[in-house]
Write a protein that binds this ligand. Sequence first.
Ligand code: TYC
Length: 102
Amino acid sequence: MTIKHDEGTVLQRQEQKLKPPSMYQVLLLNDDYTPMEFVVMILQEYFNKDRENATQIMLMVHRDGKGICGVYPRDIASTKVELVLSHARKAGHPLQCVMEEV
Ligand code: TYC
């Protein structure tokens, strides 16, 4: 919709142009070295999973190669990826964590 101003200028209505912010999946990738228990802890600590759900997701990643930990706005997804990678490297594990636009 357009609005005619006194001066004759025409403005696009903002709310019709605004899209909802993109959402991003955060995924864990499998590897041969990161201990299962460490991955379960990561899922509990950074993705608010209970132990049972964290174990299911970890086993899915182990079996299928990757798994979704959660879906978040871009800045939150990006922060989670950084925190997970930092924690994994400090602990000496090669765990990979990535984000993908949904
Ligand atoms: N494959 C690992 C092992 O057998 C476990 C693992 C699961 C590693 C999930 C990473 O994202 C991962 N120790």
